[in-house]
Design a protein around this ligand. Structure first.
Ligand SMILES: C[S@@+](CC[C@H](N)C(=O)[O-])C[C@H]1O[C@@H](n2cnc3c(N)ncnc32)[C@H](O)[C@@H]1O
Length: 192
């Protein structure tokens, strides 16, 4: 697939600043596909803005739709500052701070891409609480073979266990790319 210009610019920004944690192309495409389905008036949350590669993929999926709010949270002030140099549309709402601390005040979302330490490897409960009915959670980097340290394997198992324990969720493991999980909150199950 052709790389959308905003994605290319974000990748270049990452290269210019030696930022090596941007989401992989397949992850970005998944995020674009899921973003395209978000309802009018819907809300998307990205945890971990980085240099804006994921954000750019989500915007690609939305293709100029101003009826969807895209909230993105970055803890590192310098990284947030660099990401903010991009030409994001007005419906992108950037926050600087710890996702876990900010999550309770951000509201609920139709789609969450949890791509930061906070809200994924710890504080996942707050991310799950931020998923509305029918809300979709996208996780990348879930392939245990990517990691050598036992603590990382424990963290991955912990995330899977937490998702399985949430009876509101229906979950699929996609063993492609960096390893993805998509989980959706069943409608009618939000308070189960
Ligand atoms: C994997 S990178 C994000 C890549 C980005 N989502 C993309 O698609 O290109 C993770 C980012 O999360 C940020 N981060 C780490 N802990 C965080 C936290 N607790 N809250 C918010 N951001 C955090 C890091 O500074 C880093 O920029």
């Amino acid at each position: 697939m052709d790389v959308p210009p905003l994605v290319e610019q974000a990748r270049q920004r990452a290269a210019d600043h030696g930022f090596g944690y941007s989401c992989a192309p397949l992850t970005g495409e998944l995020l674009a596909v899921l973003s395209a389905a978000v309802r009018p008036g819907g809300r998307i949350l990205e945890l971990g803005t980085g240099m804006g590669v994921g954000l750019a993929w989500a915007l690609h999926g939305l293709r100029g739709r101003a009826d969807v709010t895209l909230v993105t949270v970055e803890q590192d002030p310098r990284t947030a500052e660099l990401a903010a140099t991009a030409d994001w549309p007005a419906w992108v709402e950037p926050h600087t701070g710890d996702a876990v601390r900010l999550l309770p005040g951000l509201g609920t979302f139709d789609l969450v891409f949890a791509d930061a330490e906070g809200g994924k490897w710890h504080g996942l409960d707050r991310t799950l609480a931020a998923l509305g009915e029918g809300g979709v959670l996208l996780l990348d980097d879930m392939d245990p073979e990517r990691y050598t340290l036992a603590e990382h394997h424990v963290a991955i198992a912990g995330v899977r266990a937490a998702l399985r324990a949430d009876t509101r969720l229906v979950i699929v493991d996609l063993p492609v790319g960096t390893g993805h999980i998509i989980a959706t909150v069943r409608r009618g199950a939000a308070s189960a």
